[in-house]
Design a protein around this ligand. Structure first.
Ligand SMILES: *Cc1c(COP(=O)(O)O)cnc(C)c1O
Length: 360
């Protein structure tokens, strides 16, 4: 398939990347700039890759507005490694609040239970996760931190703003990182697997307050201590060089889009177009409570599973890829991450409207 006939990619993860980023990567695969050595082949300690790493860190700091009190780390093992690495460092037999808003939160909870007491300070499990819990949290006294999942990729829900907690927040932001501004002062740490909004799979972005990292345990394996990676500037061992390079380019692209304020407007506009279409006809049903709707993962249902299957197939034939819902919940899901263009969502909505006429 030629590069001009790429499908509109609604995959939940790995997700789409900006076309101009992919083209710039392609340019540099054989030779990074004029170095004569491809980006994948440079030593991670050579000046060429060090410049890449510095650009990635600077891009991240600019977008999130991180000062010197924060460390920016490029780790491996995915967000799933952070599910245990964070409690391994910080819980140490103590108590942490966990907000249970879906399967990813539940996985984080399961891992944290190995290292201390997990107190569920809010949950929407009884309502099958169709909304974000409202009202004040039921916090454990003396909790070390409060962990939450900012966007629930599978259920299509998203916190509109940070939960109000007495302890510092640790956030799994894998599926909405850098999709909007964040209230940094509420956080101790934010982590995200790159493959939804930031780059290819293989690198995990971790931003952590240095004082918080320093409060972590010292008697755990070297690779699993945040302080190791802060001291060695993400080069304690060989970091995921190519994914970091791609992420640096995504940060540059985001800056051109007007940073996090700019991308937030773009994301709101796209989500509105799609939700307006789904709200416009009783043929489509949206399980998620309106106030909890995700701007990243839009989920909906049709009157029957047969129709849902047909829509997935017909959409794919029409050039719209990856709208099958997660296997745990079924239905349809369109992931419209940062790199999704408004024009592509508008084209998809036009397709949905004509499909409803033919099949509704
Ligand atoms: C995809 C996803 C994960 C898992 O990330 P890995 O990098 O595959 O470990 C965790 N949390 C959320 C919210 C996700 O969307």
């Amino acid at each position: 398939m030629g590069s001009t006939d790429r499908k509109v990619n609604f995959n939940a993860g790995p997700g789409l990347l900006p076309r101009e980023v992919i083209e710039e990567v392609r340019e540099n695969l054989l030779s990074l700039g004029s170095s004569g050595v491809g980006v994948m082949e440079h030593s991670h300690r050579g000046k060429e890759f060090v410049a890449v790493l510095e650009a990635a860190e600077a891009g991240c700091r600019d977008l999130l507005g991180l000062n010197d009190e924060w460390a920016v780390l490029f780790l491996s093992g995915g967000a799933s490694t952070q599910f245990y690495m964070a409690p391994m460092n910080f819980l140490n037999g103590g108590t942490a609040n966990y907000l249970d808003t879906g399967d990813w939160s539940a996985k984080a909870i399961k891992e944290a239970q190995r290292f201390g007491t997990v107190h569920i300070a809010a949950s929407s499990k009884a309502e099958k996760y169709v909304r974000i819990p409202s009202g004040p949290l039921d916090e454990a006294p003396g909790a070390v931190y409060t962990h939450f999942t900012s966007n629930n990729t599978i259920y299509g829900t998203q916190w509109r703003q940070e939960p109000e907690a007495k302890s510092p927040l640790i956030c799994d932001a894998s599926s909405d990182i850098m999709s909007r501004p964040v209230a940094l002062d509420k956080y101790a740490m934010i982590y995200a697997g790159a493959q939804k909004n930031l780059g290819p799979a293989g690198v995990t972005l971790v931003v952590v307050r240095k004082d918080f990292a320093a409060s972590g345990r010292k008697d755990i394996p070297t690779m699993l201590r945040y302080t190791t990676h802060i001291e060695k500037e993400s080069c304690f061992n060989t970091p995921p060089c190519l994914p970091i390079y791609v992420m640096a380019l995504v940060f540059k692209w985001l800056a051109k889009k007007g940073g996090l304020e700019g991308i937030e407007k773009h994301n709101e506009a796209k989500a509105k177009v799609l939700y307006d279409c789904l709200d416009g006809s009783a043929f489509w049903t949206t399980p998620v409570e309106k106030a909890s709707r995700s701007l990243m993962n839009v989920v909906w249902r049709l009157p029957s599973e047969e129709l849902e299957k047909k829509l997935v197939a017909d959409a794919s034939a029409a050039g719209f890829h990856g709208i099958k819902g997660h296997r745990n919940v079924g239905g349809l899901r369109a992931s419209i991450y940062n790199a999704m263009e408004l024009a592509d969502v508008e084209r998809f909505v036009a397709f949905l409207k004509s499909w409803e006429k033919a099949n509704g």
